[in-house]
Write a protein that binds this ligand. Sequence first.
Ligand code: AMP
Length: 583
Amino acid sequence: MLDGCTPWPEEFATLYRSEGLWRGERLGDLPRTWARTFGDRTALVAGDLRLSYRDLENRIDRMAAGFHRLGVEPGDRIVLQLPNVPEFVIVAFALFRAGAKPVFSLASHRANEIRHLCELSGASGYVVPGVYRGFDHTALALRMADEVASLRQIFVLNAENGEESDAGSGAETGTAGATVIPLARVDADPVPLPDSDPSDVAFFLLSGGTTALPKLIPRTHDDYVYQTGAVAEVCELGADDVYLAALPVEFNFTWGCPGVVGTLGQGGTVVLVETPVAEDCFRAIERERVTVTSVVPTVAQLWLEEAAWGEADLSSLRVLQIGGARLQPELAARIEPELGCRLQQVFGMAEGLLSMSRKGDDPESVVQTQGRPISPADEVRIVDEHDAEVPPGVTGELLTRGPYTLRGYYRAEEHNRRAFTEDGFYRTGDLASLTPEGNLVIEGRLKDVVIRGGDKISAGEVEGHLLTHPSVARAAVVPVPDEFLGERIYAFVVHRGEKPALAELKRALHERGLAEFKLPDRVEFVEDFPLTPLGKIDKKVLAAAAKDPALSRDWAPAPSTPDPRDIPDHEKTLVRPLARQER
Ligand code: AMP
């Protein structure tokens, strides 16, 4: 296995193989098998472009040979930063086939994150879109090549002159500079490529979170092929399904839950759109007769608003997967009646474990819980602060291990000692409980708590109660430092109708039986929330604002990205659904 990664212990690897979960297939070989099985069926759609399974395989095969000819070798790390375009899929599979390991960067990452990803992974290559939404990624890549010695090749999707060139001064840093290569030139007649080990790392996903720079999550061929197949089975996905990739495709949710890879594995069609904005997605759903898609709760909320006003025909939609952040039961209950499709709750993480509600689950549990793990080999423990298991109904930290859950972050020995138990369980940092029926309920983050005078208050719990008030449309609770209590509870609220007074909110929460010490100390009304690139509420920004009343509450553009051109359009729209306000 690639140096810097933690393999599964031999006894587990043997077990997963003997149970038929790890089948020794490589991600890079899948498109060939798909092309043989599904041939002329449509694999990918983006705007007017339609690629059959055969087209897709041909393009991947030629590009893999192209990378090989350009000196990309098995084991090389290549940072992949493209938006939701067909080339993302083609490049990723071509790199898998060439044995290189793509590092899935978010399209919205900038110098800070990219430098970190290149350095941490020791990347030799970086794939960029060129100028995308006003931001010059090639210029950023050149800067990175000057700063990071390992970076030698920059592959550009929309290269301006289409010519290969040497770039990056290298003079001051002592590096050799880098070659800029238009992606269109990564093309060669197919040749036999070196074999790679299916139990080795295929690519890297990034850890989520809104606090630190991302960590690298190694995903092996065996574990990811298994995950995508297992989710497709749970979702009862078939060749007639059409999956809409609305969230960023580099997100594990969109790429493999079942997402792009799971849908292609069944002979279905993947439709790519570049933003999760409701109007664009609804048009795509109507035109392509989309049957399944996945969104985060903030996007689901905007989709509900659009559905109430718009006239798009969503009748083809069979399942809406919602996950990535806590879905409030009130919002969950509106999905089926208002969108006319089945809700599937998804609790997942790029690190591995996936838990989902299933068709046929009783409606109450679909609204209230995040279902059950997708694999019989997933091991889940809910523990107290001494790592002792707690009974059903009691909240504790969720620990997990299994056939597609990592055993260690890449090159992170010290962090790994804290993030895993001695027997290899991953400490998710999520607070959860189990219902008597065995469904998971995610209550919040271990660290998403306010510690007020020694009492630990789950932000998610207070938010849930606030949301039951008719004047509260959205709520986010963060700690604010306090000289006497250590921290106090600060609630940001997006209100609907009249603004309720703090006293009125407290009274209502108290009447619901919320303990006195959990009542918000301060409520601030805002128009909207700052969001991370994936549409999760950015609590880091909110906590900073709670501390400093002078900080701007105008979250668009986000305070950390002063240049408005750095903000992808979809984020602007997510933050401010202007169309709605103008009507
Ligand atoms: P990521 O790896 O970026 O997908 O982030 C994973 C984290 O998102 C999990 O550890 C949870 O904290 C959170 N998360 C994902 N799905 C849900 C969900 N359905 N409900 C609550 N939190 C979730």
